[in-house]
Design a protein around this ligand. Sequence first.
Ligand SMILES: [Zn+2]
Ligand SMILES: [Zn+2]
Length: 345
Amino acid sequence: MQAALMYGAGDVRIETVAQPVIQEPTDAIVRITAACICGSDLWPYGSKPATAEGARMGHEFVGIVEELGTAVTGLSVGDFVIAPFVTSCGVCDFCREGLQTSCRVGGRWGGTHDGGQGQFARVPHASGTLVRVPAGFDETLIPSLLSLSDVMSTGYHAAKKAGIRPGQAVTVIGDGAVGLSAVIAAKLMGASRIILMGRHKSRTDLGREFGATDVVAERGAEGAAKVRELTDGDGTPVVLEAVGLKDALVTAAAVVRDGGVISRVGAPQFADVPLGFPEFLRNITLTGGVAPARAYIEELLPLVLDGTINPGRVFDRTTDLAGVPDGYQAMAGRQALKVLVKPQP
Ligand SMILES: [Zn+2]
Ligand SMILES: [Zn+2]
């Protein structure tokens, strides 16, 4: 079968790799009908040192169950399933608490494991990992179902961890797919005002359709001043940070109201958190983290199926596997917001 491998920064190739087979009785083999390139894939795409061995890529996919190990329960061959961006057993203490990202035996996609950007994947702990779509395969729902793998669940996690209450004002930092999903989530949770900070007009326009009431294109101190101006100088009680850069967290601190919450879901590209004594004096809460998408898929799936939310609109380009290297380039160059990949011929 064919799959994408990253050999180093800017170097993604499509190659023939081993067809996956069942290795453990808890495995499933899934034929991937749709996958995508993630904003987080762009970090290694920009900085990964050159390697002799490529790393398999992609951690978001939907597909059809082809084969099941003997110990898999709750799934059948032919099921249309969503794979969250990490694998999880479904039975350990963390999985039962809904924190599947901390699963005792969970794992990641890609690297030396199968990834989403390929034709098939071996899915460890299939019963715990995969979510069956009760409506079955539906081509038109693919983009939104696929978004539940990661970006929509991650945006929702930001809003959940912030504990948004109906009527609250929320600032969302970042107009990437996660930021736009966070807008959807804030609206779902009843935010009365959603200020979206982003400078790409086509993206912030989509953000307005998702529920953003205000857009601030300025960045840094200038952007923060703009948000404060919009909120009588106070800032908003909730800030959802969906970028992952230090500057974005500094901006978050500058636009959060005293006593408020910063919920961050942008994968941090820095080690030291820039929240010190001034934020201490203002009683700012920092929360967020990696999203247990598996916990949210079942909650969000009915909203996708009944059309309440349509997060699949974040995909603005579709390609086959051969077009994946170009897809990376387009996302890195900001010509594409999020690229959907159809790996089957
Ligand atoms: Zn992702
Ligand atoms: Zn577990």
